[in-house]
Design a protein around this ligand. Structure first.
Ligand code: ATP
Length: 242
């Protein structure tokens, strides 16, 4: 069976640094994969390569078997890949509804030009991540980190993705916010969404993933169930420092 996403022998160098070094992994449709590893392992660079925000030095990124590694980012988004950022990046001058609208645009630009934005679609997406109608008018500067992460999720969902890449999705959140975001991810998983999730918070990550890939120095050192990779000697040495 063709994987939904395949990273195949990816190499990315920044000057003398090999951020990603002959890295391969696959994600099946409907699967939730945890991508873990210590600081500087190359996890964020992998996301940037999948989105086309960085270009590969060699290797390939395939979506449903098609090599997308030469495509610009907006083409990859149209084909169904979406990501969030470690530090949320909303458009700060516009409100929650308008930020969600930006995500809706690539698919419905023609409709928007002829019929204007669809407030129902915005409200529905906002509601699906836990915002109420009053939240739509709020500016990003008025949002907590938990709400900013919800907004990022709503923006990715607005692009009708096949796969969502979540970068440090629990960073900066309170215990209550972690529970809310976890519920949201669990709900989307139950609906069949495919995820790759990067998190240092392994305790919160574990219930949300089917499988883990562990990387250090741009390479995969272990992959399998969460329990099996955590008991792997190489992982313990590299990740836990003993
Ligand atoms: P963290 O969890 O700390 O974000 P990470 O696993 O996401 O780490 P990356 O941010 O992908 O790791 O970084 C991997 C390596 O590549 C690091 O050594 C980093 O300094 C380097 N790097 C990443 N982006 C760039 C860039 N744009 N220019 C130069 N070096 C970079």
């Amino acid at each position: 069976m063709t994987a939904l996403l395949e990273v195949d022998r990816a190499v990315k160098r920044f000057g003398g640094i090999s951020a990603v070094n002959d890295l391969s992994f696959k994600v099946e449709a409907g699967e939730s994969l945890g991508l873990i590893g210590p600081n500087g392992a190359g996890k964020t660079t992998v996301f940037s390569l999948i989105m086309g925000e960085h270009r590969l030095n060699s290797g390939a990124i395939r979506l449903n078997g098609t090599d997308i590694s030469a495509l610009p980012t907006y083409e990859r988004i149209k084909r169904g890949v979406a990501r969030t950022y470690q530090v949320p990046r909303p458009f700060s001058e516009i409100n929650v509804a308008e930020n969600i609208r930006v995500g809706l645009m690539p698919d419905s630009l023609r409709l928007m030009l002829t019929e204007g934005p669809d407030p129902d679609a915005e409200l529905e997406l906002a509601r699906s991540v836990g915002f109420g109608p009053a939240d739509l008018e709020r500016k990003p500067s008025q949002l907590s980190m938990g709400d900013l992460r919800k907004l990022e999720l709503a923006r990715t969902l607005a692009t009708a993705p096949q796969i969502i890449l979540l970068d440090e999705v629990f960073a900066g959140l309170t215990v209550g916010e972690i529970a809310q975001i976890s519920d949201l991810i669990a709900r989307k998983r139950a609906e069949g969404m495919t995820f790759v999730i990067v998190s240092h918070d392994l305790r919160s990550l574990q219930p949300l993933i089917d499988r883990a890939v562990v990387m250090t120095f741009g390479q995969v050192i272990a992959e399998g169930s969460f329990e099996s990779v955590m008991s792997d000697e190489k992982v313990r040495a590299a990740y836990l420092g003993h």
